[in-house]
Write a protein that binds this ligand. Structure first.
Ligand code: HEC
Ligand code: HEC
Length: 244
């Protein structure tokens, strides 16, 4: 008699346990939310924090391509890390580190910086070419820059930089207010390959831009910055003055 009671009890208990495991509403293993600061998967981190501006696969967004081996050959990890941690003042690039008011831990920043290089760099992409340095402390000269602009850029961006058939205006005050000088420099050196803008070697076939050309063109663009972007009068007066 006692024995039967035991068996019934055991069967009952196991039925109860099984029932619990499948109980409606009980979270399954994959349902447990992951704490955002614990995420260490590059694709998730990049997708949630960077893809919106730099494009799903590191290109094709409004901001420059990070999946650009020429960019990654010129900008080292210190540059990429610094931009990610601190953001870039004078642009819409936000600061991401917790220490600078963002959401990402140091470890997550490491994952992003390393992941960008592992996936998108090609160590031999420049094959001995000698690119202009990423940054320069030598100030450029705006009037020489206007001459360099005519030689290297006007074929696409049109007279005075106001836009041509192949590329848009780069002298609009509202546009220039979105990029600081270093970002203009980066774009002049590496281009926007996915949009048809070539790097410093490609604007005039067989004649790469010299480091001085790059600094001068950037100085010229910077000289066109409007003091009050969005207000047409001072800006258009300046533009008219710049066109020769
Ligand atoms: C809100 C838009 C936005 C988001 C989000 C964003 N960026 Fe940027 N980023 C920019 C802009 C704008 C620039 C300036 C260059 C340009 O306009 O293309 C920039 C520039 C950079 C540069 C520097 C390029 C240089 O000159 O060396 C790096 C590196 C970079 N971003 C990495 C990242 C990473 C990594 C993430 C995600 C953690 C990220 N960005 C998220 C907008 C964004
Ligand atoms: C072969 C044509 C071509 C030449 C030459 C060229 N660009 Fe561009 N550039 C483009 C295209 C295409 C884009 C992207 C689409 C657009 O802005 O119209 C672009 C974009 C840009 C941008 C804006 C990037 C952005 O985030 O919107 C800047 C700044 C720029 N070019 C500067 C220059 C400068 C300075 C020169 C000369 C040193 C130059 N380009 C030469 C075709 C060219």
């Amino acid at each position: 008699m006692k024995f039967h009671v035991l068996i019934f009890a055991a069967v009952g208990l196991s039925a109860l346990l099984c029932g619990c495991a499948n109980a409606p509403g009980r979270p399954a293993a994959g349902d447990t939310p992951i704490v955002p600061s614990e995420i260490t998967d590059f694709n998730v981190l990049y997708g949630q924090n960077c893809a919106g501006c730099h494009g799903n696969d590191g290109k094709g967004g409004a901001a420059i391509a990070l999946a650009d081996p020429v960019y990654l050959a010129i900008a080292d990890d210190t540059v990429v890390r610094h931009a990610t941690v601190d953001g870039i003042s004078g642009t819409s690039m936000p600061a991401f580190a917790q220490s600078t008011g963002g959401m990402l831990t140091d470890k997550q920043i490491d994952v992003i910086v390393q992941g960008i290089r592992e996936r998108w760099a090609q160590p031999d992409v420049l094959r001995g070419a000698n690119p202009p340095p990423y940054s320069s402390s030598q100030p450029g000269d705006a009037s020489r820059g206007l001459v360099a602009y005519a030689e290297f850029c006007s074929s696409c961006h049109g007279a005075g930089g106001r836009g041509g058939e192949k590329a848009s205006s780069i002298v609009d005050g509202s546009f220039l207010a979105l990029l600081n000088d270093q970002e203009l420099r980066t774009i002049v050196i590496v281009g926007r390959p996915e949009l048809g803008a070539l790097d410093w070697r490609g604007n005039v076939p067989g004649k790469p831009m010299s480091p001085q050309d790059v600094s001068d063109v950037v100085a010229w663009l910077a000289s066109l910055r409007a003091k009050f972007p969005g207000q047409p009068y001072p800006n258009s007066a300046k533009l008219t003055g710049a066109v020769q």
